[in-house]
Design a protein around this ligand. Structure first.
Ligand SMILES: C[S@@+](CC[C@H](N)C(=O)[O-])C[C@H]1O[C@@H](n2cnc3c(N)ncnc32)[C@H](O)[C@@H]1O
Length: 411
């Protein structure tokens, strides 16, 4: 085929040539050839490389699908992520000011979802190869914190102990203060004839590998030590598989932005609070009401507050904020709100915040499109938007996170 020119990157980080024709591992401006298969280009050959192209820092990059932007310079990726947010806002007719992006360093991921499969020789843990169900072996992964690397071997032992012959285990591995905290799904059930043997084998792996906790399909099968996390120094023990920010640096950058926006507010409502990542640190200066959908996470936040010193009052509420958002009446008396919804956004809850005229809102988001829609709603009723802080804690992936503040002009 004649070379085609890549003119942009799509949401998954693939290069896109007119057509559209998706070409993985390419960059805007590059002339490329390959084999056309539907709307994809395979066996891609770079005819003219971009000046932003770099040698991938990880030797597994070609085979592993865990990262998709290692072939681009850090400066290119940083600029691209900011532009993704800028374009989402412009689509809603919003022109924003941007602070410099905060990118987590290499080898800083403190948690990862590993895929594991039994093999003829034993088992293999890693990440899926690009657009494939094959698992790539990643002993020199550049993404994971070195403290998380032993989880690969442990995951393989767990698959040998409790993986089915055909299926695949998913192992969510997190570094905790007392050792690795693993939550496994997709293995043999903890019931039936093999139950006793399975429980013994899982407990043995947890003991031999010094895990802090091992959960199997949401049931804790070994708890050797409390798998403690610290939110700005405040100790919390999250339930198995609970949401946590992906890197300590990413969490610190998001928290710093939230603190700056909330300022000296005396009463803060923390919506989609998780285990208190933002709410507990904010309680050093404010009374906080944290609302979260998962009861076990609300309990973890409450437990953290009860065992901490120097915090103002924190109350927790378990509530489905999609079906049952806090309404105007519930929001009376709060000086500030923090809202950090899942990817779907929180249209109904943001509408209530706007109607209640909560004076300050710190909006944290992992989806620039839903964020921009909600920003438009707030601007339409008189809020002003502060600078946008883009945070990249999913280095070398197309994920983007951001925080921005909204305030009512009191004049
Ligand atoms: C992006 S996480 C943020 C959590 C927390 N702010 C943090 O930084 O750790 C979104 C949170 O929303 C919670 N969630 C998801 N759907 C929900 C719903 N319908 N109602 C309330 N909370 C929900 C999840 O359990 C998760 O803790």
């Amino acid at each position: 085929m004649d070379p085609v020119i890549i003119d942009r990157l799509g949401h998954q980080g693939d290069g896109i040539a007119p057509g559209p024709l998706f070409a993985p591992l390419t960059l805007p401006g590059e002339a490329v050839t390959g084999t056309v298969s539907g709307d994809r280009l395979t066996d891609v050959r770079i005819v003219t490389p971009s000046p932003d192209r770099v040698a991938a820092p990880c030797r597994h990059y070609r085979a592993c699908g865990g990262c998709s932007l290692q072939h681009a310079s850090d400066a290119f990726v940083a600029n691209w992520k900011v532009e993704v947010v800028r374009r989402a806002l412009l689509a809603q007719h919003i022109e924003a000011e941007f602070l410099p992006i905060e990118t987590s360093p290499a080898a800083s991921r403190r948690r990862a979802a590993l895929s594991v499969r039994r093999t003829k020789k034993g088992a293999l843990a890693g990440f899926h190869a690009r657009a494939s169900d094959v698992i790539a072996d990643v002993p020199d992964c550049q993404l994971l914190d070195p403290g998380l690397m032993p989880a690969l071997k442990v995951a393989e032992e767990l698959a040998i102990a409790g993986g089915s012959r055909k299926g695949e285990l998913s192992v969510l591995a997190t570094i905790s203060e007392t050792g690795l905290d693993l939550a496994v799904t997709g293995g043999k059930p903890l019931s039936g004839a093999e139950e006793g043997r399975l429980r013994i084998d899982l407990a043995r792996v947890a003991e031999e590998r010094g895990l802090s906790r091992l959960a199997w399909d949401d049931e804790v099968v070994a708890l050797r030590l409390s798998p403690t996390q610290r939110f700005d120094g405040i100790a919390v023990v999250p339930p198995p598989g609970a949401f946590l920010q992906a890197t300590p640096q990413g969490e610190a950058a998001l928290l710093a932005a939230v603190k700056r926006i909330v300022g000296k507010a005396g009463r803060v409502v923390d919506l989609f609070a998780g285990c208190g990542t933002f709410g507990l640190p904010l309680a050093r200066g404010a009374e906080v009401h944290g609302v979260e959908g998962a009861a076990a996470m609300t309990r973890a936040m409450d437990h953290g507050w009860r065992h901490a010193t120097g915090l103002k009052k924190v109350t927790g509420e378990t509530r489905d904020l999609f079906r049952n958002p806090l309404i105007v009446e519930d929001l009376k008396g709060f000086d500030a709100a923090v809202i950090d919804p899942p990817r779907a956004g929180a249209e109904a809850q943001v509408a209530e915040l706007a109607a209640a005229r909560v004076p300050v809102i710190a909006h944290v988001s992992c989806n620039p499109v839903t964020f921009a829609r909600e920003a438009r709603e707030l601007l339409a009723v008189g809020y002003e938007m502060g600078p946008v802080q883009v945070v990249d804690q999913f280095r070398w992936s197309p994920h983007v996170e951001l925080v921005a503040g909204f305030s009512l002009n009191s004049a």
